[in-house]
Design a protein around this ligand. Sequence first.
Ligand code: DQA
Length: 150
Amino acid sequence: MSKVTCLTRILVLNGPNLNLLGKREPETYGTLTLADIEAALQTLAESLDCTVDMAQSNHEGELIDWIHQALGMQDGILINPGAYTHTSVALRDAIAAVALPTVEVHLSNIHKRESFRHHSYIAPVAIGQISGFGVDSYLLGLRALITYLT
Ligand code: DQA
């Protein structure tokens, strides 16, 4: 008898300036690169029976296009919206429009930082937010999303 596996598909999106991880303000964001974070997610994805497609953009519209394209192609979204967290009604509306279960993650604890980082436009349309654990925010977020979906 052949074994049928049904993989849960997760889109991982990263917003502006996260391409510079590793070099960017390491005292705040750590020394891991985005490629390191993706490798850690891919390893975890194998044990959680899910696939992870990861992308990064510095452009709001491109992130929105990818969220739209996820409809029917992905089961959930893990997103670190970067600074768009605090500014983008359009990104929030895109997540609400596709209605895919979404988890918001941040490397730093946004609530412990400048007051302009305390508000998230994404949080009200996300299942939840994980903030302040570095790469573990992504890994915990993936676990939470998979638990929610299965
Ligand atoms: C961030 C926090 C945001 O406030 C900031 O603009 C970022 C990174 C984080 O992962 O800690 O770019 O999303």
